[in-house]
Design a protein around this ligand. Structure first.
Ligand SMILES: Cc1cc2nc3c(=O)[nH]c(=O)nc-3n(C[C@H](O)[C@H](O)[C@H](O)COP(=O)(O)O)c2cc1C
Length: 332
């Protein structure tokens, strides 16, 4: 018997995609300052890592990051159920299952995108996970893999998962080509197909289909938002984080922090996290002044200078003030 989960109260119109090595807790704290209403995602954590690893380190986060979805990877219903049981009591608002990652390491473990060819196994995983939590269990996937028919194949995949109780999908609107492309190439080379994603949203209006992939400019994003339950941004959120602030304002009617406010808040955060090397925090902030006059100075100071065994927020504070001066002196 499948269990249909109620949709909890999270507003998912804007989310920041899970990105390994990028969307860790420092990054998420930063993004939250700019997008107070977005749904944030952890990096993918495999069920096996959670069952064998340091749980506090893997699941650790700051409540300031909420609403926050934990992304799990795996392919064993039993192992995923155990991982979900562990994770469910750690405060997350959603558990997301990764069926979109194309890396070779992930394929050799037979999970991630290659599971799109096995919808029944994915359904078993989801049912097992749902049995362990009242949180919504959601799916992130591609529109297909390799030579899978992206009309019929995607419909069968989504219909099978919706019959298992999934209501919320994040769709990276390109195929994954599992042979011959690196994970990075697989994020750029298979063509984006928003039209296919739109057809799915029209065909299944009972589901919440969120569009992901290649969303970089506010105009396109706001247009596509009218076709989907929400939009999910990955690289653009990381590289040009002020886009998050613009979108938060357009979508939810309230702005995030300004550049200077966000920089100062991150300086305070770095003070608080004095045991963490400064660069581990600042490396996620290099895009804050993207397309401003001080951009290069900001990147140099927070990229290179921050590496020199520094701790605490002084460098961030001084650099932000200098960047504000550079931009105003140019404007004058
Ligand atoms: C560095 C990096 C790491 C990623 N790690 C994950 C991951 O752990 N789980 C996942 O589902 N997708 C992962 N992705 C894919 C993104 O979530 C997203 O689907 C993809 O980048 C397309 O969106 P974008 O064009 O807005 O970046 C990763 C992407 C990048 C750039």
């Amino acid at each position: 018997m499948t269990k249909i989960k109620p949709n909890n109260a999270i507003d998912r119109r804007l989310s920041v995609a899970p990105m390994m090595d990028w969307t860790n807790q420092h990054c998420r704290f930063f993004h939250r300052l700019l997008a107070p209403d977005a749904l944030l995602f952890t990096e993918m954590i495999t069920a096996e890592a959670l069952l064998h690893g340091d749980i506090e380190r893997l699941l650790g986060h700051n409540p300031a990051e909420y609403p926050l979805a934990l992304q799990l990877g795996g392919n064993s219903p039993d192992r995923l159920a155990k991982a979900t049981r562990i994770a469910a009591v750690h405060g997350f608002q959603e558990i997301n299952f990764n069926v979109g990652c194309p890396s070779g390491r992930v394929q050799s473990g037979r999970f991630g995108a290659c599971l799109m060819a096995e919808p029944n196994l994915v359904a078993d995983c989801i049912i097992a996970m749902q049995a362990e939590t009242d949180l919504p269990v959601t799916i992130k996937c591609r529109i297909g893999i390799d030579d899978m028919d992206d009309e019929i194949g995607l419909n069968v995949f989504v219909d099978t998962l919706s019959a298992a109780g999934v209501r919320i999908f994040y769709l990276h609107a390109r195929k994954a080509w599992l042979k011959g492309l690196s994970p990075k190439e697989n994020r750029d080379i298979p063509p984006l197909n928003y039209a296919r994603a739109r057809r799915l949203a029209v065909r299944r209006p009972d589901l919440m289909i969120h569009l992901n992939g290649g969303l970089v400019d506010a105009t396109t994003i706001m247009t596509e938002l009218s076709n989907f339950a929400g939009v999910m941004l990955g690289r653009a959120a990381y590289k040009t984080p002020m886009l998050l602030s613009d979108l938060n304002l357009s979508i939810f009617g309230r702005a995030g922090k300004t550049r200077l406010e966000a920089a100062m808040a991150m300086a305070d955060y770095a003070d608080m996290m004095e045991e963490i090397p400064l660069h581990a925090i600042t490396r996620h902030m290099l895009g804050l002044y993207a397309s401003c006059k001080g951009a290069r100075y900001w990147r140099r100071m927070l990229g290179e200078k921050a590496r020199q065994d520094r701790r605490g927020g002084t460098l961030i504070r001084k650099t932000a003030i200098a960047c504000e001066e550079i931009s105003t002196s140019w404007a004058a």
